[in-house]
Design a protein around this ligand. Structure first.
Ligand SMILES: Nc1ncnc2c1ncn2[C@@H]1O[C@H](COP(=O)(O)OP(=O)(O)O)[C@@H](O)[C@H]1O
Ligand SMILES: Cc1ncc(COP(=O)(O)O)c(N)n1
Ligand SMILES: [Mg+2]
Length: 541
């Protein structure tokens, strides 16, 4: 069995990784685990999920944390931050703060059953995520109910002991985990103490122990195991071990030096659940969740809430970075529908000025324009940009500048579009302020996630088809586009070799977050830009 090392801090992709198929075709739909021959009614969920209007929905079955850092409260915040709907079934109410757990009240299992039934009989839940399951009868009631309702996936965070060291779930529940719950679980996410309890008390002291534990826990029935190393002593990095039954992956991120790590386990599991609900593959969901934790801890490292040893952290980092609540010209994702990108060489070839080309495109129905002038003199570019801005604004169309933040600032354009090797989006946001539009070119779910963290407004994803417009540009195809769309929190515009012959095929992909197509040659390397834009507009509308 091979191990894949994934560095979460620099995003390096050390080895070609076997990309798991998108979630709806993820092996567990069909796979039969030796301990789990029938379990949850999943296949019906696939058909139900074809309804594109259904909002990704996670049901959190967990305890309440009065301090708001962990449990149900963390799950609600995580799902909201990941833009997924979250319903809740409360299993226990804790009196808890940053110093620890002062009191615990377990709800009667009948009332847990009532809550489960209320939600599952009415709403289309995609993924169930469990946290604190404080009694054997509650575990049993949960398993019985899950057998009746189709869901896509079951994420189990086997909460037992809080970070503060308080026991939240007693040993009597273990039998329910081993006999019923784990065999129907798609991913279980124990920390090192919980992994040890699940395995009868063997202590875990190293990453190598975590790997052994992941394999042994997999033998208990869950299809995937993530052993979390947040509490691994003497480790400079926060290393989690993921095992899918075949491969081990070590997910490694720098350990953030902060007291604010209360609720990391709950957040990680509900972020995995949220990404699965959106349709991510399991590995991709786990990687996104790990990134999310790292970014949130880093962002909140100096926050002070409460006087105890373990503080909560801020799940809405992106909102704050974007300051989107106070943005004046909020970006409208519908503007991405027909995105025209100019090209100086094409304009030269057809003997047109940039302004003439842009005017024809907006008259024809382009909904946003990007000036991509790689070889123009700065002063000429600036003058042309000012003229184009007037033209675009007279049609109510936003104008973005490719790469050149200085030019965008100088002409007060609506924003910029940056590539992976241009100015980082986070710096562009700092330079441009909260009101400007920022787009980032992305080829992978990881890049899309980073763009969101950095405060971008949309991503451009491609090359979808081979293109001559950009040298050495890897083609990712419709499959690659779909994978990024599924993982993206931001709206997406597809780019690369798109024109009249294939634009409909791209839009028909129906991928979530896909808002339009970006076009270069199919508009600007043509005799009549106006006609081509009109025809393409008719095709994508
Ligand atoms: N200080 C930290 N810096 C970065 N990541 C952390 C830190 N503490 C925990 N994590 C990460 O948070 C997630 C939850 O881990 P852990 O704290 O071990 O679980 P639990 O909260 O259930 O005890 C894991 O992905 C872990 O690697
Ligand atoms: C209600 C509830 N659920 C779960 C946890 C675990 O969270 P953590 O391990 O971060 O303390 C908790 N403290 N309280
Ligand atoms: Mg923790």
């Amino acid at each position: 069995m091979a191990t894949q090392l994934l560095c979460m801090c620099c995003g390096a992709q050390p080895q070609p990784q076997p990309q798991a198929a998108p979630f709806m075709r993820f092996p567990f739909w069909n796979s039969v685990h030796p301990k789990n021959p029938t379990s949850v009614v999943r296949v019906q969920a696939e058909a139900a999920d074809m309804n594109m209007n259904s909002i990704p929905h996670v049901l959190s079955v967990a305890g309440s944390d009065s301090g708001g850092g962990a449990g149900i409260q963390a799950d609600l915040k995580t799902c909201a931050a990941r833009r997924v709907y979250c319903s809740t079934v409360i299993t226990a109410v804790t009196a808890q703060n940053t110093a620890g757990v002062q009191g615990l009240n377990i709800l009667p299992e009948d009332f847990v059953a009532d809550q489960l039934h209320s939600v599952l009989s009415d709403m289309h839940v995609h993924v169930v995520k469990t946290g604190m399951l404080p009694s054997l009868n509650i575990v049993k009631v949960l398993c019985q109910t899950l057998r009746k309702f189709p869901i896509k996936a079951l994420v189990v965070d086997p909460v037992m002991i809080s970070t503060s060291g308080d026991v939240l779930v007693g040993p009597s529940v273990l039998a329910g985990f081993l006999e019923e719950l784990l065999p129907m679980t798609d991913i279980v996410t124990p920390n090192i103490k919980e992994a040890s309890v699940l395995l009868g008390g063997v202590p875990l002291k190293s990453v190598s122990d975590m790997r052994t534990a992941a394999k042994l826990i997999h033998d208990l029935g869950p299809r995937n195991v993530l052993v979390k190393g947040g509490d691994l002593p003497n480790s400079l990095d926060a290393i989690d071990v993921f095992f899918d039954g075949e491969e081990f992956y070590e997910l490694c991120s720098p350990r953030v030096n902060t007291r604010n790590s209360h609720g990391t386990g709950c957040t990680l599991a509900s972020c995995i659940a949220a990404e699965l609900a959106k349709g991510s593959s399991m590995l991709s969901a786990v990687k996104t969740a790990k990134h999310f934790i790292e970014a949130a801890l880093d962002y909140s490292r100096d926050m002070t809430i409460g006087n105890g040893a373990q503080g909560p952290f801020d799940h809405f980092l992106a909102l704050n970075i974007n300051q989107s609540s106070c943005r004046l010209n909020r970006f409208n994702p519908n503007d991405l529908l027909l995105y025209a990108v100019t090209d100086s060489a094409m304009n030269r070839k057809w003997g047109r000025s940039i302004a003439e080309a842009v005017k024809a495109a907006v008259e024809g129905g382009a909904t946003i324009v990007q000036l991509r002038e790689k070889d123009a003199e700065t002063r000429d570019f600036l003058e042309a940009a000012k003229v184009c801005l007037e033209i675009c604004h007279s049609y109510g169309v936003p104008l973005l500048i490719n790469d050149r933040i200085d030019v965008a600032l100088a002409c007060d354009a609506d924003g910029v579009h940056v590539g992976q090797s241009d100015m980082p989006a986070r710096l562009a946001r700092t330079l441009l302020g909260p009101e400007k539009i920022i787009g980032v070119s992305c080829k992978t779910p990881e890049q899309a996630h980073q763009a969101w963290i950095d405060g971008a407004d949309y991503i451009g994803c491609g090359g979808v088809y081979p293109t001559n417009t950009k040298a050495n540009n890897r083609t990712i195809g419709l499959e690659g586009l779909k994978e990024v769309c599924l993982a993206s929190t931001l709206p997406v515009v597809a780019i690369g070799g798109i024109g009249l012959s294939n634009a409909r095929e791209v839009m028909k992909l129906g991928a979530p977050n896909l808002n339009g197509v970006a076009v270069v040659s199919a508009l600007f390397d043509r005799e009549c830009i106006l006609t081509e834009t009109r025809n393409l507009h008719a095709l994508v509308s």
